[in-house]
Design a protein around this ligand. Structure first.
Ligand code: FUC
Length: 779
């Protein structure tokens, strides 16, 4: 049999021209991973902000995530084979489509009549039959595929370590075999828009490997020239919607010393001192209605520009750009010996309470993830951020907007990463267009609406079933963006946002109806997200969360129109309608009612993961311990009824809520639930389970909320500091009003703080129950 080298010399030019199905040839499972002994245990990296492990990843949730905001990889760190599972944030199933159901509007009056006559089951049935989108699901986010690197089989391995340094956003794999120490260094550069991998050895001529692509997509790999392997394909249809995207992944290898050769679908390096791999990926997506982009030109462009730079140059630029944002916040919760253990063991042991730094690492990991999956110009963070395997990840890896996408952005401003909000603004701007059609076709209303999910194509109609018939998803997204304005006071941003807020408000002015008992203005038919009502099904009128979100939306729109000096008449309409919304009500168990009627204690699933009606306390500021103590006490009661434990994001929401209740010990107890091995995977991804990234982001937001709150007219320092963190400091957290805050504490008490603002103005600061007025320093 000829070796790959011999083949490449003789027939490479012919083979290079051939296309072959990438997934048909080289198979990941055909490469036996090293199963031998691991000799000489590696020690912890010197950087405290590193995740690290003593073994390669076996499972996807052990692999380490890198991302440029737009392209990303899960890095497994195998010895015989490295697997990089690749994503590009516009590679989804299907193509532009109109999901609106032409039958929906005709059924609306009847659905409302049934709800108001208390015939909830019948209403649920009608909504299900007539008012759900066509198709009933949305399009899934999908993998590009894997880049596989096969190395010469190892017979013994020593000193193995893989780590991910959050401070540099570089991941490394190091180990020794056959008397040679190998190092892989990888990063996904937001500057150069490529994933860069350098493989080196401490002895010359020892770097050898074979690279190939493998994908479940309809795609073919071809060797375009010596050193360049290209995977080209199209996405598939989903839920009956034909695939409309082309995509390409492109690998370019350069080596110092040794030989590069290739056949149709493999590219080999033999006997090099080191090699650098550049990986680019792109699709033909230009917008939710335009798929005429040229992935070949784009991917080629990324590779060509990156090829002009050295590895060191690219690494320097990448680290600089990452640190520009990442290093704005430093959190020190103390150090202990536990830090010497690999990350998976620290997660296992967190409950023992001797590893406060793990909470700081988790906090920073959330910030790292947000920076790696939501940068200006890209798509917003989806259910898995940027990282998803296969063609149909859990829940399609979509944007679920009845909590999950909103939670993804909770840490953005408090944790000083306001720039990451930009993709969310653009998605909402898209939704004002698609959602205007949904508003008209499903509700006979003006403005725009988005229900409980959306996707790359910005589908806005209700999906899945009656519980998806929930019209406040778009309005909630507007609240996230409004918060960004509160933090930054950026008038230009407000001007960009205002049309979306106004359109969302217009929709509710047109679609709210008067309920017969108290004559309040309510949404109908709607649902309290995913929670069943005692009568069966979930369809109802005016669930508490809807009324709270709309109250915020109207208030924000009124304030924005005043700030911008526009729409006086519209503002008056909103003021009048706001006064007629259903109020927050306290029910017979002393709880905050989830619905217009006091059904909470009869609800079939009282410990449900969603805590939608508690939106008023967090993320909203409608309820707070000082401004509305009775309602805050009712929220506490509701939380007790719901219970502490839940799935990933639902624990993170409880964390933020308890922090807002300013019960430090209870908040910490919830944090420990989030940081336990069945809720945090070895790679620190949140376990819903399976993986969902929202819990990571909600976790970072919750930790920030323990240290600083600014949702009332005060900046409160250390509002929920637990005994487990007796001494520490935090630098760079953000408070509303464009203020940056540093705090240090000892023996559980604040010792110093510093406020900075670009445009200093007096602010009220609350410390240990005392309020003083302070003017921040300029900066
Ligand atoms: C909502 C939640 C589920 C899951 C899904 C993506 O439907 O109720 O728990 O998070 O979104």
């Amino acid at each position: 049999m000829k070796t790959l080298n011999q083949i490449s010399k003789t027939v490479a030019p012919v083979l290079c021209a051939l296309l072959s199905h990438a997934s048909a040839g080289y198979s990941a499972s055909a490469v036996p991973e090293y199963t031998g002994e691991y000799v000489g245990e590696a020690s912890a990296p010197e950087e405290p902000l590193s995740l690290w492990y003593r073994r390669p990843a076996n499972q996807w949730t052990e692999a380490l995530a890198i991302g440029s905001g737009r392209i990303g990889a899960m890095v497994f760190g195998g010895i015989n084979q490295e697997r990089l599972q690749l994503n590009e944030d516009t590679l989804w199933g299907g193509g532009p489509y109109d999901p609106n159901n032409p039958e929906a509007l005709a059924a609306l009056p009847e659905a409302r009549r049934l709800v108001f006559e208390g015939k909830y089951k019948e209403a649920d049935h009608l909504v299900n039959q007539k008012m759900i989108a066509k198709p009933r699901g949305q399009m899934p986010y999908q993998t590009v595929g894997d880049l596989l690197l096969r190395f010469p089989e190892a017979t013994s391995v020593s000193g193995y370590r893989r780590d991910l340094n959050l401070d540099t956003a570089v991941t490394r794999v190091t180990y020794s075999t056959g008397g040679v120490r190998f190092t892989r260094e990888l990063f996904a550069s937001p500057v150069d828009q490529v994933i860069v991998l350098r493989i080196s050895a401490d002895k010359p001529g020892r770097v050898s490997f074979t690279a190939s692509f493998k994908t479940p997509q309809k795609a073919s790999a071809t060797c375009e020239s010596q050193g360049t392997l290209v995977l080209s394909g199209v996405n598939g249809k989903a839920d009956g919607i034909p695939g409309a995207l082309k995509f390409q992944a492109r690998l370019k290898v350069t080596a110092v010393g040794g030989k590069i050769s290739s056949d149709a679908e493999h590219l080999s390096v033999e006997g090099a001192d080191s090699a650098v791999l550049l990986i680019a990926a792109a699709t033909s997506y230009r917008s939710f209605k335009d798929v005429s982009g040229d992935p070949n030109a784009l991917a080629r462009h990324y590779i060509d520009s990156a090829s002009k730079k050295s590895f060191e140059e690219m690494r320097r630029a990448h680290v600089k750009e990452h640190q520009r944002l990442f290093q704005r916040v430093q959190l020190n919760l103390g150090t202990t010996d536990a830090m010497k253990l690999p990350t998976n063991e620290r997660i296992r042991d967190f409950a023992s309470g001797e590893d406060p730094q793990l909470a700081a690492l988790y906090f920073q990991f959330g910030r790292y993830l947000l920076l790696s999956c939501s940068r200006p110009g890209g798509q917003p963070a989806n259910l898995q951020g940027l990282w998803a395997d296969g063609l149909n990840p859990p829940w399609g890896g979509k944007y679920t907007i009845n909590i999950n996408t909103e939670m993804n952005y909770w840490p953005a401003d408090t944790c000083n990463l306001g720039e990451c909000v930009e993709p969310l603004l653009r998605m909402v701007q898209d939704l004002t267009e698609t959602g205007a059609r949904t508003a008209k076709m499903h509700w006979g209303a003006g403005g725009w609406v988005a229900h409980h999910n959306t996707d790359l194509w910005r589908a806005a109609a209700p999906i899945d079933g009656p519980w998806g018939h929930w019209p406040t998803g778009g309005a909630w997204l507007c609240q996230n963006l409004w918060e960004h304005y509160l933090f930054t006071q950026d008038r230009k941003f407000l001007t960009q946002l205002y049309p979306a807020i106004k359109g969302a408000a217009q929709f509710f002015l047109d679609s709210l109806v008067e309920e017969p008992k108290n004559h309040w203005l309510v949404t109908c038919p709607s649902a309290s997200p995913e929670h069943g009502i005692p009568a069966g099904g979930s369809i109802c009128a005016g669930p508490t969360m809807d009324e709270q979100i709309i109250r915020d939306l109207f208030s924000n729109c009124i304030q924005a129109s005043e700030t911008l000096g526009v729409d006086v008449d519209f503002r008056q309409k909103l003021t009048a309608a706001r006064a007629r919304l259903a109020p927050n009500q306290i029910g017979k168990a002393g709880q905050l009612q989830e619905w217009l009627d006091d059904w909470d204690m009869e609800a079939p699933d009282r410990q449900h993961r969603h805590v939608s009606h508690l939106y008023g306390l967090f993320p909203s500021a409608q309820i707070s311990v000082r401004t509305t103590p009775d309602l805050a006490a009712a929220v506490k009661k509701s939380l007790e009824i719901r219970g502490d434990d839940a799935t990933g994001w639902a624990i993170a929401w409880r964390l933020c809520l308890w922090a807002r209740l300013q019960d430090a010990e209870h908040t910490y107890k919830i944090l420990a639930l989030l940081l336990r091995p069945d809720r945090t995977y070895p790679n620190m991804f949140d376990a819903h389970p399976p993986f969902q990234i929202d819990g990571n982001f909600g976790g970072s937001a919750g930790i920030a909320e323990m240290l600083l709150q600014s949702h009332t007219d005060e900046i409160e320092l250390l509002p929920a500091l637990p005994k487990a963190w007796p001494a520490g400091s935090v630098k760079g957290l953000r408070a509303r009003g464009d203020v940056t805050v540093d705090i240090a504490w000892k023996d559980g008490k604040l010792v110093s703080y510093r406020l900075r603002a670009a445009h200093p103005h007096p602010v009220k600061v609350r410390v240990n129950g005392e309020v003083t007025t302070v003017t921040p320093k300029k900066g």
